[in-house]
Design a protein around this ligand. Structure first.
Ligand code: BEZ
Length: 211
């Protein structure tokens, strides 16, 4: 059976552009983003990796470590990274796994044979400090990802891990949030002493607690 939300992210040791990495030890107490791209020296992937490199400060601010992967070897990643820096204006500043034996791709079900039987799809896994899988997204090779969306989801995951709230459609950090369904009105009075707006008994809106 494939990986599901809430499962422990499979551990592995792999060759990367930063040397051999044991995934769980490398994550330590941080959050993690593990993402795959289909192939080195391809255009969409080149733009994606440049974008992720430019967002490093945003990931750092959220205590998130990022690691990339494709089934190309580390030697290929190293050569390609020169092109990424040249064309995208940012050097790759996170490790890239060379998964030529597909060990990690198989563990994380990143090869979808009916899409392509040799290349990884564009998978994204967000992993919490408890090493549990918090988010999985899969994009086709032809569509570059929106990494602002990944940051937005991480903001929601980190907020909802701390407070008994959920985030509504298109929520962004700083917007109002929704009081968790399991929270009674009596409990809500203690948790949100400044009050909330009841739109429906099941839809109670409150300012974001940590702002
Ligand atoms: C790309 O990154 O442009 C790409 C990679 C694999 C297949 C198609 C496009």
């Amino acid at each position: 059976m494939g990986l599901r939300l809430g499962d422990t992210a499979p551990d592995f040791t792999a060759d990367t552009t930063d040397g051999s990495i044991n995934f769980h030890s490398w994550l330590g107490d941080s959050w993690g983003v593990l993402f795959s791209h289909p192939k080195d020296f391809t255009p969409v992937c080149t733009t994606e990796l440049g974008r992720v490199a430019k967002l490093k400060a945003q990931f750092d601010k959220r205590n998130v470590k990022v690691i990339g992967l494709s089934v190309d070897p580390v030697t290929s990643h190293v050569q390609w990274e020169k092109d990424i820096e040249e064309t995208q204006g940012e050097a790759v500043n996170f490790p890239m796994i060379g998964d030529a034996d597909r060990k990690v791709s198989d563990l994380y079900d990143m090869i979808h044979p009916n899409a392509n039987d040799t290349m990884t799809v564009r998978s994204v896994f967000v992993i919490g400090p408890d090493k549990k899988v918090k988010l999985m997204i899969t994009y086709p090779a032809s569509t570059g990802r929106n990494f602002d969306e990944i940051l937005r989801v991480i903001d929601s995951l980190q907020l909802t891990a701390k407070f008994k709230v959920a985030t509504p459609v298109d929520w962004k950090d700083g917007d109002d949030v929704i009081i968790g369904g399991a929270v009674t009105d009596d409990e809500a009075k203690t948790l949100f002493p400044n009050g909330w707006k009841t739109v429906k008994p099941y839809l109670r809106v409150v300012p974001q607690p940590n702002k």
